[in-house]
Design a protein around this ligand. Sequence first.
Ligand SMILES: [Zn+2]
Length: 414
Amino acid sequence: MASSPLPALFHGKEGENAQNFLRSTEAYFLINRITDEAVKVALFSALISAGSQADYWWTNLDVAHKSTWTLVKTAFENKWPTIAAVGKTKLEYQKELLVLRLKDEDIGERTTSAEVTMWSHIHFHNQLQMLVQDAGVVNAPVLIHQVRDALPRTLRDLTTPAPPDWNTFLNEIKDVNVDILQDKAKWAKERKEAERAQNAHIARLEGRQHDSVEILPLQMQQASLGTNNSPPPRTSSTTTLQTQVPGNFVHQTLGPRRPIRYTSASQAPTGQRMMRGPPTQEEKDALRARINDLPHHTDTEAGHVAYQEQLRQWATRWGEGARCTENTPFPLMPGAVQICSGECFRCGAHGHIGPACELPPEAQLLKSETIWRGICMRTLGTFNRATAPQVNYMLEEVYTPDAAEQGKGNGSSA
Ligand SMILES: [Zn+2]
């Protein structure tokens, strides 16, 4: 029989693994079929390093404890107790459970874990399921609410509001219809993009000192919206969604038309408090004169041709992509409302104000026009308000996200 090597000598030093020494000693007994108690004790004694702390202990251990291997082992374990592996407590798992997150942007996407590709919500489900077991809550309906609340809205909406137990909740996540989830995720992403673009625009205006004249009206509009505590004026007669795309009479070379057209409104906007800044009379007169520099063309083919020419000339004169200032009057979109008439700077219609504008950024007015309208209104006020025909917009395309949201009627819930 091949002899197995003797276990390493034991010293009883700090950091020495006493349990491993005991195990390898017993393994040695087994492999070598040592059953005799006295032989076991003798071998153990021989494995204690001479002059070590363990040797000191062994020497001073009374004879009664050395009579059998079982007694020796007990004495040894009393001297060098088992080091309990520091596993995570249930409480720690519960904490992990509460901070486990599925990111919004991962919803509807695949992820790879342990070389297996799966939907991110399935991966999340698997992690959650393990944590629920480790946290010892699998049979208790606790923490479900908190975890559900932290889910991305797209996924949360597809689970029941108050799952009775973890299994129900976990199964709901696992069995989510991926098509619906992806649809919702796509819509959420588009909406986020639109918000980001608007926020960036406002931030850009806020970030530039000399642009304060432009942001102020926006801020005042927001403030006035808040104090009036009323939703933006909007009735079915003034804003209409329609699927029909009317004939586009604008020549191709003019570039894409904005997918809106303007329609007269009988109802004047309410609750809009306009704010006058501190410009001097000279400044006002100068700006008032500049407003008339460029004719505001009508919403006809000829009007759009003339407008495109105005844009070209503006770019030639002030530079392509130049920033619009009070000295560089910007051409006004044909069909958009008169300047300084209490209009939304973003879309050029009445009935609502910039922060409440529902047009997606790509359909809004050119940024320079938004800025120009802001400058004029801040300096001159809404001097055209009384006489300007009230105009609201009609979408010529259905913006599916909006339509879907409004159709479901859940746009403002939770
Ligand atoms: Zn608008």
